[in-house]
Design a protein around this ligand. Structure first.
Ligand SMILES: C[S@@+](CC[C@H](N)C(=O)[O-])C[C@H]1O[C@@H](n2cnc3c(N)ncnc32)[C@H](O)[C@@H]1O
Ligand code: SF4
Ligand code: SF4
Ligand code: SF4
Length: 377
């Protein structure tokens, strides 16, 4: 099955001004991607792929409005019916504009929202805390499944306490280290060792948190360790499996700012996905990423898991063809710690009932041994 992910930067407009936002250089321009351009792009993708995941993004995607989004869903449905291609939807949103109508929209069209929210001190670098918390309640009441994404923006961010905050609200989360793009360029850089040691401390707590919630990074690493390939984009080769489209119709690898250095073309000028794959931008990005991965492959036993990490991060840190120091350090430290812990659990035959529910379900999914281990308890 040929699968592709597309990041639709439906607009760069945003109702917030988060201090670290990597989109700052867009000046949050108000243009919205015309539906005709979106439909043309989706139609081209259905000619090449069997399955498409649309990730609605921005700026703030909800600013495109419910009527626009409904028409986009109708366009997708027409394509599903005429081509048989599977099309699914996720949305990364700041959550401040979610009301009853949006909740009904998410339910009706099975759109899974990811809410950007930094937790206890959300207003330190973001805004709109009360609105986001009320959106959580609305979605939970209506049984809309969603996750959250928190940015670790400075050394004072307490990852463990913030996890407890999310767990108390029964909301799955993930912690993303701030990267120096856009507004974050003028902020003090995060220390990789501190980030990694805080994530490790969180893992040790999380693992036995029987009432706990999921942390996406942990789920992804554990799945890889147990032999399932449930990878986040940084640990997979994203080039050729990700495209992003901007409001002006320009197409790049993904929505991260540095990717605009590698343009693949404009939707108005191309007739097929192959035009994108034969662009200079695509070739240069691919060649640079391959050079980085070749070096990683030669020198690192973790390459099969890490896959040379994120190209955007590598560019930000200096060069596309070199492993990005922050992410490389963090991956090695966190992944090897988790691997040791998982091996120890296997060795010690720790009962599943002692573990975090997410850990338990990944385990069951990977081994289907639920009966076995629970019987031993
Ligand atoms: C650019 S926003 C676009 C979607 C939407 N406005 C939102 O905030 O979810 C996408 C994600 O990038 C995160 N982000 C923005 N700037 C960042 C930075 N410099 N480092 C790490 N994450 C950042 C945001 O917190 C958000 O989770
Ligand atoms: S991170 Fe998202 S919500 Fe915050 S300013 Fe950037 S685009 Fe807007
Ligand atoms: S460049 Fe980085 S953020 Fe973008 S899709 Fe690839 S791995 Fe993900
Ligand atoms: S951990 Fe570092 S050296 Fe190893 S594959 Fe990842 S980026 Fe490359």
């Amino acid at each position: 099955m040929r699968h592709v992910n597309i990041v639709v930067k439906v607009t760069n407009a945003c109702n917030l001004r988060c201090k670290y936002c990597y989109n700052q250089d867009t000046e949050y321009a108000s243009a919205v991607l015309p539906l005709e351009r979106l439909e043309k792009f989706l139609t081209m993708l259905t000619a090449k792929y069997d399955s498409i995941e649309v990730i609605w993004h921005g700026g703030e995607p909800l600013l495109a409005g419910i009527e626009y989004m409904t028409r986009a869903m109708e366009a997708e449905e027409r394509l599903r019916l005429t081509t048989g291609v599977k099309i699914t939807n996720k949305m990364q949103t700041n959550g401040t504009l979610i009301d009853r109508s949006w909740v009904a929209f998410f339910k009706k069209y099975s759109v899974k929202p990811g809410i950007s929210f930094d937790g206890i001190e959300n207003d330190k670098h973001r805004q709109g805390t009360a609105k986001v918390l009320s959106a959580f309640s609305l979605m939970q009441k209506e049984k809309v499944r969603f996750g959250t994404l928190a940015v670790v923006a400075d050394k004072d961010y307490d990852i463990l306490e913030n996890y407890k905050f999310f767990a108390a609200k029964k909301v799955a989360t993930d912690f993303s280290p701030v990267f120096p793009e856009g507004g974050a360029k003028s902020m003090t850089a995060l220390d990789a060792e501190k980030f990694a040691s805080d994530m490790i401390a969180l893992f040790d707590y999380w693992l036995y948190d029987k009432e706990g919630v999921g942390v996406r990074l942990f789920s992804s690493y554990i799945s890889m360790i147990l032999g399932k390939s449930c990878r986040i984009c940084s640990n997979a080769s994203c080039i050729g499996t990700f495209f992003s489209i901007y409001p002006d119709g320009n197409i790049y690898n993904c929505g991260r700012a540095s990717m605009t250095q590698y343009p693949f073309g404009n939707i108005d000028d191309i007739t097929s996905v192959d035009d994108l794959l034969s662009s200079d931008g695509f070739r240069d990005l691919l060649v640079g990423a391959i050079a980085r991965r070749e070096k990683c492959k030669e020198s690192c036993e973790l390459f099969p898991y890490c896959c040379g990490n994120c190209s955007d991060q590598a560019i930000i840190e200096g060069s596309l063809d070199k492993a990005p120091a922050f992410s490389c350090y963090a991956f090695k430290a966190i992944f090897t710690h988790i691997r040791d812990k998982v091996n120890k659990i296997i060795e010690d035959k720790v009962p599943l009932t002692d573990l975090n529910p997410t850990m338990k379900s990944i385990w069951i999914d990977c081994f289907s041994i639920k009966g076995d281990l629970e019987d031993k308890k």
